[in-house]
Design a protein around this ligand. Structure first.
Ligand code: 6GU
Length: 241
């Protein structure tokens, strides 16, 4: 395969949708190899315990290093990138997806409960690259759904995965801006017209229109993405109210 992806979870069945649709086709074509692992296969006790109460007190449970350590020794070779999905991680962005799409092997370690004993990653970092990564400023129950999002964002950038080879060259974020609106037939629907510029044949004019739409949408929804010179002038009204 071009890329091998391993995912360790206590709910490996959660990951099965990754074998559908475009990612499933990438697997069928031999571009992607997807290995899922049940963390409980590395437990030692009759209860198959993966968690324990936290040192220092506090709510919830922490996942045990004595289970995670032997698991990662086995499923995460030295040349893999080890990714830990956590709301306490560095932000995952389109740039992250682009970097990961050039890796040959990524292993995701999905935590549940309040997290995984930090020594698991301090220990793994002695031999592999480790990245703790977040999807955004919200909290999921576990890492599985985050892994699915990150794998989709990454694998779709690999050559041969998308039907239209270059359809990701125009995505939101590939030029740093949000993508504007799209339209198809019919030209009028429920009293709403397709913008007339798109019905004409002037492709240069259409390109300029799309760039304007991208800028307007980005200014409205994600002003944080725009360089200061493209933002509206700051409000300098200092009138007391
Ligand atoms: Cl990557 N994992 C979890 N468990 N929660 C999250 C997240 C990741 N990103 C945002 N919330």
């Amino acid at each position: 395969p071009v890329i091998r992806i391993g995912v360790v979870s206590i709910f490996p069945e959660y990951l099965e949708p990754m074998r559908m649709a475009l990612l499933g086709k990438a697997i069928d074509r031999g571009i992607l190899a997807l290995d899922t692992y049940d963390l409980r296969d590395w437990t030692h006790d009759v209860h198959r315990a993966v968690d324990d109460s936290p040192y220092g007190g506090g709510p919830g449970m922490v996942m045990k290093p004595t289970v995670w350590g032997p698991c990662l020794d086995e499923v995460c070779p030295d040349d893999a990138l080890l990714v830990v999905p956590t709301p306490a991680g560095v932000p995952f962005t389109q740039a992250t997806a682009q970097q990961w799409s050039r890796e040959s092997h990524i292993v995701f370690a999905c935590g549940r409960y309040e997290g995984i004993d930090q020594r698991v990653f301090d220990d793994a970092a002695k031999r592999v690259r480790v990245q703790e990564v977040s999807l955004g400023d919200f909290v999921l129950i576990g890492g599985e759904v985050a892994v699915m999002a990150m794998v989709e964002a990454t694998v779709r950038l690999i050559d041969g995965v998308l039907g239209n080879k270059n359809s990701h060259q125009q995505d939101s974020f590939s030029n740093g801006l949000l993508e504007g609106p799209s339209y198809t037939r019919p030209p009028t629907w429920r009293g709403l017209d397709v913008p007339p510029v798109l019905l004409g044949g002037d492709h240069a004019k259409q390109d300029r229109w799309r760039t304007e739409q991208s800028l307007a949408r980005t200014r409205e929804r994600r002003p944080d993405l725009l360089p200061p010179d493209l933002l509206p002038p700051p409000d300098t009204d200092d009138t007391a109210s």
